[in-house]
Ligand binder design. Structure first.
Ligand SMILES: NC(=O)c1ccc[n+]([C@@H]2O[C@H](COP(=O)([O-])OP(=O)(O)OC[C@H]3O[C@@H](n4cnc5c(N)ncnc54)[C@H](O)[C@@H]3O)[C@@H](O)[C@H]2O)c1
Length: 460
């Protein structure tokens, strides 16, 4: 059972100063170590062993983590805790706003980014002066175990982080008994909602993603847009919370060869280099069952995929299907009896594709409004009025806009997280770290002097 210290209770801001200096140094050393080709390659391959993805995708995860650490070298950690002062009403009075640690906190992370999500959230928690207990999905926790050893070598005190390997049930019990002041949960909406109740709302959430992309009326760069669609839907075998789940194609795009290009790109993916591979949390049968249910909707059709991968030894507890796309007509998606089915997150290489006419943009916007998860989105268009219309009437926390818009591949340099939910967390940037890992505290200094001629006034 990890020992949780209530440091938020006992540390005035001044006492935390050395922590800021120390974490600036640890980040510099860890960033340097992760940049060494041997270390970079070690972590890339270690990620591949437990969370099957191509070398390039796993490398991207290590690269983003390394850049994040570079961002918080030197005085950058200290600057995260910048405070402000406002003059008061009389001499000796002034109010100071501080970013204050919560103290004992917990971090729970999923299987699909075994390094990036835990490192970015863990360091954010530490930078803001908290004492975290970290639980990574046990299927992949060896990656973070190795990373913690690297951080210890770079100067992280052994007692600053508690690391637990357990199943979800045990962690749930630990949270109820340990009573952390704040828990950051990244994972499925099912567990997120349970923890929100169990922990009486003391949570911040990065939960499921059912992410959409809209191709606007202006058609350009067909090959490029098809390639981005393929990457967004099928890289990491679709096991990204930002994966493209629903593509709305303007009728002008339907007249192009976009879909056949997308099909060709999806079909060149192969198990040998893990550009398509095992799905860790959804079986082949349940993915194909979902496809079949969608195909019962009138007007729907299989565009490509829809069958199991062949010639492999992936155990049946995992999923293994070819990159798959099902077309469903927009009018059918909008029917109450179909909407939930069509917008269900399938954490595998699967997407729904539909098309819309100019006159149906309001229907598309209505569909976006009805979805529960508002994580990532992309509006592929260089028409400013079209972009304005869609962005103004949607809410996704990380929305890419413009011809090169994508849904996946968030780097360390911009915010990543949902919007439209008071519990929504973020990751990566100074704003995300401050929002998730600190609370606001106001101290109003009022030293006096009391005016010389002051007399006790009448009661009020
Ligand atoms: N929004 C984001 O930034 C983000 C990022 C990655 C993944 N995800 C989402 O995560 C999901 C896939 O990941 P998963 O299958 O590992 O999710 P999951 O919810 O099953 O598990 C996530 C983590 O929670 C733990 N857990 C499970 N039950 C628990 C409980 N009762 N109490 C405490 N901890 C518990 C698991 O052991 C794991 O470490 C997808 O829905 C995906 O969209 C979201």
């Amino acid at each position: 059972m990890p020992y949780i210290v209530h440091i938020g209770d006992c540390c005035p801001n001044g006492m935390l100063l050395w922590i800021y200096l120390m974490f600036g140094e640890i980040s510099a050393k860890a960033a340097h170590m992760l940049s060494l080709p041997k270390v970079l390659d070690f972590f890339t391959r270690l990620i591949q062993r437990v969370s099957p993805k191509s070398y390039q995708q796993a490398f991207g995860e290590v690269y983003v983590t390394q850049k994040f650490l570079e961002n918080f070298c030197g005085d950058q950690v200290r600057f995260l805790a910048r405070s402000f002062a406002v003059p008061g009403n009389h001499l000796g009075q002034q109010s100071h706003g501080f970013r204050w640690p919560y103290g004992p906190v917990a971090i729970i992370t999923p299987f699909n980014f075994p390094l990036e999500i835990p490192v970015l959230q863990l360091m954010g928690a530490l930078y803001m002066g908290n004492k975290p207990v970290l639980k990574v999905d046990s299927k992949v926790s060896i990656v973070m175990e190795q990373m913690l050893r690297l951080l210890h070598t770079c100067g992280l005190p052994l007692e600053d982080v508690d690391f637990i390997n357990s199943d979800g049930k045990t962690m749930n019990k630990l949270l109820l008994e340990g009573n952390p002041r704040m828990t950051l949960f990244t994972g499925s909406s099912r567990v997120a909602e349970k923890l929100a109740v169990d922990l009486k709302g003391r949570v911040k959430l990065e939960d499921a993603g059912f992410d959409w992309k809209i191709l606007g009326p202006d058609v350009h760069q067909e090959d490029y847009v098809a390639w981005v669609c393929d990457q967004d839907a099928y890289a990491c075998s679709g096991q990204k919370c930002s994966a493209q789940s629903l593509l709305f194609m303007h009728e002008n795009w339907s007249k192009t060869s976009l879909l056949s290009k997308l099909k060709d790109l999806a079909e060149r993916r192969k198990l040998a280099d893990l550009t398509i591979g095992p799905v860790l949390t959804v079986t082949t049968d349940s993915m194909l069952e979902h496809v079949n249910k969608l195909l019962e909707i009138p007007g729907s059709k299989l565009l490509f995929g829809g069958s199991p991968l062949e010639n492999h030894s992936i155990p049946p507890i995992y999923g293994a299907i070819k990159p798959t796309a099902v077309y469903v007509p927009l009018e059918e998606i909008m029917k109450d009896k179909n909407f939930e089915l069509v917008t269900k997150e399938i954490f595998g290489p699967f997407q729904v594709i539909t098309d819309y006419q100019n006159s149906q943009l309001a229907v598309v916007l209505d569909a976006l409004e009805r979805m529960h998860n508002h994580l990532t989105a992309a509006v592929v268009s260089n028409d400013p009025l079209f972009l304005q219309e869609v962005i103004g009437k949607s809410v996704n926390g990380t929305t890419y806009a413009g011809l090169r818009a994508r849904t996946t591949g968030a780097p360390q340099n911009h915010w990543f997280g949902p919007a439209g939910d008071a519990r929504g967390a973020g990751i990566g940037t100074p704003e995300a770290i401050k929002l998730v890992w600190s609370c606001h505290r106001e101290i109003i200094y009022d030293f006096g002097p009391v005016p010389k001629n002051w007399e006790v006034p009448p009661s009020t």
